[in-house]
Design a protein around this ligand. Structure first.
Ligand SMILES: Cc1cc2nc3c(=O)[nH]c(=O)nc-3n(C[C@H](O)[C@H](O)[C@H](O)COP(=O)(O)OP(=O)(O)OC[C@H]3O[C@@H](n4cnc5c(N)ncnc54)[C@H](O)[C@@H]3O)c2cc1C
Length: 433
């Protein structure tokens, strides 16, 4: 019997330290410099941020998504889950712990598929935590359906020449390099005809057409770029992995990334629930507090139950990845938690906002940001509907169609089979009646 839900005491000490460190040292940064996350550090901010990173390194908690060969602890996904629940509460925390998306996923694929020279040029500085990267896949005319992608990379002598448009490339404007997906073989389908390229962001021919922000953010200063690649020349050694391998590589990246989003979302949802509970027991009504009202109790109970289920599911998926060391082997359940992630966060944040009344929808509480985060979670790394389809397809694979007209659980046939099985006994019993 090996079911186990406890955290080993030594690691719990680390989590307790993280909990305090994030609350006391990092959350104040969110309040003052939240808009500067994912921007290269200026000297003033570096003098604050670097000592915090040093403390994380000293505790052996830097870049814990990585194996020891790349400077991480090789803790595995369950421990990372518990850590990400804490980091998910804060904008700056992932960066100060060296685990921020999309750089984590980008680092993983370079580590996995990159040449030694590519690792030297891109991976080592990325892991150092000083520069940023961007993943440039979605196009203006199609995100969910890659067969609509049109950006091409054509071979010209010793170079690849990239042409096309990319949409919502996060952090591109502050990145040092972009990972671009482009069609290198238009004769075959996109799943075998697309390749991935490592492209320095300052390469000639790259134009940021717009810096798109999320709702509520000022126009033109957002972090999600619409990019025009116009005859962008990349040397042959800019190809990541082999020609036509982009989708295989993307799956490596996106599978793990989706789980990391879910882990951080547990932390965000817990934060919204904490706010809800504190408000419920604090806000007075004529006959007590909000916590005495049944509808408020429903909101608290439903939120607690949904979060508990979600958290256990995320930890289970993390455990499965630790067992198989392959996110693709857990595809069905990764897709399932990807469907749950926006749903659970949205439900809990929405209830928390409602219970806070006007304050809940104001800019004096952090709930608006969490509410947008829930909507974002339903789109990043593929929309909910697509993941729901994956879950259904994978679930259905385990079943066989029944021969004939009636379902295998049809009671008349099962009753007949049961009678046959116990025919001798039934005959004896009946005979003795
Ligand atoms: C905050 C944020 C950051 C992002 N960062 C990046 C990034 O760094 N790099 C990058 O390349 N992309 C990024 N994206 C883009 C993201 O991957 C896409 O938004 C996503 O894949 C959906 O594509 P789309 O927006 O074009 O929506 P569409 O493909 O137009 O889909 C719109 C809607 O149509 C419905 N739909 C689509 N397909 C199906 C289907 N098969 N079945 C049922 N319904 C369907 C869904 O409701 C879906 O939400 C980011 C997006 C957000 C919101």
């Amino acid at each position: 019997m090996s079911w186990e839900f406890s955290t080993d005491p030594e690691f719990q000490t680390q989590l307790d330290w993280m909990d305090e460190f994030v609350r006391d040292e990092i959350e104040p940064l969110d309040l003052l410099f939240g808009h500067q996350t994912f921007h290269p550090l200026d000297d003033a901010l570096r003098s604050i941020v670097n000592p915090l990173k040093d403390q994380v390194r000293d505790r052996g908690l830097w870049a814990c998504h990585l194996g020891p060969e790349l400077g991480g602890q090789g803790y595995g996904q369950v421990k990372l889950s518990l850590m990400n629940e804490i980091l998910g509460r804060s904008q700056w925390a992932s960066q100060i712990f060296g685990t921020q998306a999309p750089d984590t996923g980008n680092a993983e694929i370079i580590a996995h598929y990159g040449t030694e020279a590519q690792k030297e040029r891109y991976l080592i500085p990325l892991l150092g935590g000083e520069l940023f990267s961007s993943y440039s896949m979605t196009e203006p005319q199609g995100g969910s359906d890659p067969s609509l992608f049109e950006t091409t990379a054509q071979r010209d002598g010793n170079e690849w020449v990239i042409n096309g448009w990319k949409f919502f490339s996060s952090n591109a404007r502050t990145s040092s390099f972009l990972i671009v997906m482009a069609l290198t073989d238009t004769e075959t389908d996109v799943y075998h005809g697309m390749s991935m390229f490592l492209v320095p962001t300052d390469t000639a021919g790259i134009t940021f057409e717009r810096h798109i922000g999320l709702m509520g953010e000022p126009r033109g200063e957002g972090m999600h770029a619409l990019i025009h690649y116009d005859n962008v020349r990349v040397p042959l050694d800019g190809l990541l992995g082999g020609e036509g391998q982009a989708f295989a590589i993307a799956q490596t990246r996106l599978g793990g990334g989706r789980v990391h989003h879910a882990m951080r979302t547990v932390g965000m949802a817990q934060r919204a629930l904490d706010m809800m509970c504190e408000r419920a027991i604090s806000r007075k009504t004529r006959d007590g507090t909000l916590a005495g009202k049944q509808s408020v109790q429903d909101a608290v109970a439903d939120s607690y139950i949904e979060l508990k289920q979600f958290r256990l599911f995320v930890l289970y998926v993390a455990w499965c990845i630790d067992q198989s060391h392959d996110a693709r082997a857990v595809r069905k359940d990764i897709a399932a938690i990807k469907v749950l992630t926006p749903q659970v966060l949205h439900n809990i944040v929405q209830r928390s906002m409602q219970i806070h009344g006007a304050l809940g929808v104001s800019n004096e509480m952090p709930l608006g940001g969490l509410w947008v985060a829930a909507a974002v979670m339903g789109l990043v790394d593929g929309p909910t509907e697509v993941h729901r389809t994956t879950v259904a397809r994978q679930v259905l694979k385990a079943y066989q169609p029944v021969e004939g007209l009636w379902p295998s659980q049809h009671l008349p046939a099962r009753l007949e089979a049961a009678r046959e099985k116990f025919a001798a006994y039934l005959e004896h019993e009946v005979g003795n009646l």
